[in-house]
Design a protein around this ligand. Structure first.
Ligand SMILES: [Zn+2]
Length: 175
């Protein structure tokens, strides 16, 4: 309602420009075939960036988490968007998430480390446990971000300092 009322106050031409832009965005934006990030190409700007460290993949739940981690400027590797976490209560299982593409990436010779940057919740922990089991067959180091982020909170709402430290001081998981 607020958006509708605001648009009614604007000149017709600028509203038309706005709607055309929105339409173009929806048509052109696709998902990166590597890490499922939003992209206007086959691969996103992070995967296509030659200066990024291709040996490290950071697993996150959503695009917002990538934005939050990028804001810290503490991370130079690649990302993999899971699309959520395993939640039996909400009926979300591994097959609903981008797991198979992750396993495929983990199997590549260039991949050395996988960082789990999931929300510190029961569902996040369950997902980390499940993924670490799936990744055991591959020769990759699995780490989780340090628990500077409060338990029960959501990653996208953590402040930059806490989130940045969590990435820098990540710890090995399980082994
Ligand atoms: Zn990508």
């Amino acid at each position: 309602m607020r958006l509708a009322l605001h648009l009614l106050q604007q000149p017709k031409e600028s509203v038309e420009e706005f709607t055309t832009s929105i339409g173009k965005m929806r048509q052109k934006i696709q998902f990166c075939k590597e890490g499922h990030n939003i992209s206007d190409d086959d691969k996103c700007s992070i995967c296509n960036n030659a200066s990024r460290d291709k040996s490290t993949i950071c697993i996150v739940e959503s695009i917002r988490d990538i934005m939050a981690i990028e804001d810290t400027a503490h991370y130079r590797g690649l990302y993999h968007i899971l699309g959520g976490v395993i939640s039996p209560i909400e009926g979300i299982g591994p097959s609903d998430l981008n797991v198979s593409t992750l396993i495929e990436r983990a199997g590549r010779a260039e991949t050395k480390e996988i960082i789990m940057a999931l929300s510190p919740t029961i569902e996040g922990d369950t997902t980390i446990f499940y993924l670490s089991k799936q990744l055991q067959a591959h020769d990759v180091k699995v780490s989780t971000i340090a628990r500077g982020v409060s338990f029960g909170g959501e990653l996208q709402y953590a402040d930059e300092v806490t989130l940045g430290r969590s990435i820098s001081a990540r710890i090995p998981y399980g082994k």
